[in-house]
Design a protein around this ligand. Structure first.
Ligand code: SF4
Ligand code: SF4
Length: 151
């Protein structure tokens, strides 16, 4: 039993629904790197974007600047945090954890400079989009077959 009267509500069914996992897009022109006042956010020579927790002062500028909403202030460390593309794993010859564990193998990770590799082969053979292309962030995370409503 509830003390509150239950009102009958009619909920319109949406025409369609979708789920778009968002991670750091490892932007080539990354707004987060541009706004960091102390150089704590930086791009690695191989194209990842990382945060050096020793330098981060927790000002949150990068969290505001990221157009993909992928950054947060880590409540334990007090510094900016985000997906690192599992940098520690990929430099150990492993795949990112999300790629390795996805039960449907929906994710593919690879070296964009390897023109004959499986990643570039996939990009050539599929219709590919990036999120918010009009912002010219040049993401290195690509989506196959997402609706234009979520770009
Ligand atoms: S997705 Fe956000 S956090 Fe990642 S590189 Fe781009 S602006 Fe930076
Ligand atoms: S929160 Fe840290 S990484 Fe982000 S802009 Fe500020 S100092 Fe740079």
């Amino acid at each position: 039993m509830t003390d509150f009267p239950l009102e009958e509500t009619r909920v319109e069914k949406p025409d369609k629904s979708f789920f778009v996992p968002k991670l750091c897009n490892a932007c080539d022109h990354s707004p987060c790197v541009q706004v960091c006042p102390v150089g704590a956010t930086f791009e690695t020579p191989d194209g990842a974007v990382l945060v050096d927790p020793e330098y981060c002062i927790g000002c949150r500028y990068c969290i505001q600047a990221c157009p993909y909403g992928t950054r947060f202030l880590n409540p334990i460390t007090g510094v900016a945090d985000k997906c690192t593309l599992c940098y520690h794993r990929i430099h150990n010859g492993q795949q990112p954890a999300c790629v390795e564990n996805c039960p449907t193998q929906a994710r593919l990770f690879g070296d964009l400079k390897d023109h004959d590799g499986p990643l570039n082969q996939f990009l050539r053979e599929h219709k590919i989009q990036v999120l918010k292309p009009h912002l010219n962030t040049y993401p290195k995370v690509f989506y196959s077959g997402i609706d234009k409503e979520v770009r």
